[in-house]
Design a protein around this ligand. Structure first.
Ligand code: SF4
Ligand code: SF4
Length: 291
C-alpha cells in the first residue's frame, strides 16, 4: 500500500469493502496474520497506524537499512526515513518485516573506501553482513527478507544469522557515520527490479542507471580533469558503458515521454536521471570536465 497516495488506497481497500472483508476473514480464522507492505506515500502508512485500534495489524513490511535509516529522503524525496517507520511500528508493538536490507544490493557493493572502512572494523565479516545485522538487530523485527542468487549469499547469510550477534550502540553509530560518508557520493537508487521495462523507445533503463552506480562504486567516476586517474576512469566509464548497454539503448535515445516513471517503486525521476548520465557521458566523450 502507499503507491498513489490516499486516493488510490481508499479506492482499492476502503470504498470497495476489501479491508472490512479481510478483517472478517481474520475473525473467522481464515487469515492468521493481517498486515501490509508499505511503499510510497507516508500519509497512507500514518492513516493505517492511526487506525490500529480498528485494524490491529499483526505485522507491517517496511524498507529498512542503515542508509535509509536517516537518509531515505536524500536518495528519493518520496521515501520516508526507516527510523520513522520502524519507530512508529515499535510504538504500537507491531512486528516489522524488513525488505531491502541491502537497498537493492547497493549495500553489498559499496565504494572501495567504504569496503576498507567496514573491513577495518571487522576483517572477518562480509560487507553485506553489516547491513543484515543492522536490519536484524532491532528487537521488533520479525524477519528480514533477502534475495539470494547464489550459494555464497546463502552461506554468508547463515553465518550472519546463526546466531545473530546484535549490533552494539557503538556499531550503530559506526554505521550511521558510514551512511553519512556514503551520502557524500550518492548513487541512483535503482534496484534493477525492471518494473519500468520495457521502455517503448527501447532504452535499457536499469542497464544505464546501474552502469553509473557501478562506476561510482568502483571509484571510476572522475570528478575533475586534474585527478591523476582521469584518463583511466574516463576510458573505464565509456568502454564499460558500451559493453553494458548497446548504443541504441543508451540514455541519449530517451525522448522524455515519462511513461516509465509511474512504474518505478523507488520513485526515480527516470528521464531526469537518464539525462544526467547522458550529459555526464557526453562530457567524458568530449574529454571535458564531467562534473
Ligand atoms: S521517459 Fe525515456 S526511458 Fe522512460 S519510457 Fe519514455 S523514452 Fe523510455
Ligand atoms: S523501476 Fe525503478 S528501480 Fe526498478 S529497474 Fe526501473 S528505474 Fe530501477
Amino acid at each position: 500500500i502507499g503507491m498513489g497516495g490516499m486516493d488510490a488506497f481508499r479506492a482499492r481497500y476502503i470504498d470497495n469493502g476489501l479491508l472490512d472483508f479481510l478483517l472478517k476473514e481474520r475473525e473467522q480464522g481464515r487469515i492468521r496474520n493481517l498486515g501490509f507492505s508499505y511503499h510510497g506515500d507516508v500519509d497512507v502508512f500514518d492513516y493505517l497506524l492511526a487506525n490500529h485500534d480498528k485494524y490491529r495489524w499483526d505485522f507491517a513490511q517496511i524498507q529498512l537499512n542503515y542508509l535509509d535509516w536517516e537518509h531515505a529522503k536524500e536518495t528519493n524525496p518520496r521515501n520516508t526515513d526507516a527510523s520513522y517507520l520502524y519507530g512508529k511500528l515499535d510504538s504500537f508493538g507491531i512486528k516489522a518485516v524488513i525488505m531491502e536490507p541491502l537497498l537493492g544490493g547497493r549495500l553489498a557493493k559499496v565504494p572501495e573506501h567504504i569496503v576498507s572502512r567496514l573491513k577495518g572494523r571487522d576483517p572477518l565479516r562480509s560487507v553485506a553482513s553489516w547491513a543484515f545485522r543492522f536490519a536484524g538487530s532491532h528487537p521488533g523485527v520479525l524477519t528480514v527478507l533477502s534475495g539470494m542468487t547464489c550459494m555464497e549469499h546463502l552461506e554468508d547469510n547463515l553465518r550472519t544469522y546463526c546466531p545473530l550477534v546484535p549490533l552494539t550502540d557503538d556499531d550503530n553509530r559506526f554505521l550511521y557515520d558510514t551512511a553519512d560518508l556514503m551520502m557524500q557520493h550518492p548513487a541512483i537508487p535503482c534496484n534493477d527490479c525492471k518494473y519500468c521495462m520495457p521502455c517503448p523507445w527501447g532504452i535499457d533503463i536499469p542497464g544505464v542507471l546501474l552502469h553509473y552506480n557501478k562506476m561510482l562504486n568502483e571509484d571510476n567516476i572522475p570528478q575533475s580533469r586534474q585527478d591523476p586517474k582521469y584518463s583511466k576512469a574516463r576510458r573505464a566509464f565509456l568502454v564499460g558503458y558500451n559493453r553494458a548497454v548497446e548504443p541504441v539503448r543508451q540514455a541519449d535515445h530517451c525522448i522524455g515521454c515519462r511513461i516509465c516513471v509511474q512504474h518505478c517503486p523507488q520513485g526515480i525521476d527516470i528521464p531526469a536521471e537518464l539525462a544526467r548520465v547522458d550529459n555526464y557521458a557526453e562530457k567524458l566523450r568530449r574529454g571535458s570536465l564531467p562534473g
